[in-house]
Design a protein around this ligand. Structure first.
Ligand code: MG
Length: 133
């Protein structure tokens, strides 16, 4: 799969890269440091990623602002977007599902738990049929 990771924290980017590199399946990761950069990427590419992993707390454009724009776009709205966050805030959770997400995953603090959880998320999306714009 081609994964678009929207995340501002370098440590978090490294965690996902490390997890993905250990898998038997080859995934490609594209990074964007905030919602603005992600939209720039999505609007410039003619091949869209398969899934988006989205952080919520980011400078310039938050994850929720990004989601709102994504879901109003006729072409981009079908991209499965999984929120990947440390926020257990119920207001965030409700807001994200209301706008439209494919999942909401709380990042465990322990690296082993993170790896285990993310592996399952990626395996699940890997067997899904995607709209492919
Ligand atoms: Mg962040």
């Amino acid at each position: 799969m081609h994964i678009l990771l929207i995340e501002d924290d370098t440590i978090e980017i490294m965690k996902l890269e490390r997890t993905v590199s250990k898998l038997e399946v080859n995934h490609k990761i594209t990074q964007a440091k905030n919602g603005e950069a992600a939209l720039e990427f999505l609007n410039s590419e003619n091949r869209l990623p398969d899934i988006i992993l989205l952080d919520l707390n980011m400078p310039r454009m938050s994850g929720i602002e990004f989601l709102n724009i994504l879901k109003e776009d006729d072409k981009l709205r079908y991209l499965p977007t999984i929120v990947l966050t440390t926020s257990e805030n119920r207001v965030d959770l409700l807001e994200c599902y209301k706008i439209g997400i494919a999942g909401y995953v709380i990042k465990p603090l322990k690296y082993e738990d993170y790896e285990h959880k993310l592996k399952r998320v990626l395996e699940y999306w890997d067997i899904n049929e995607l709209v492919k714009a």
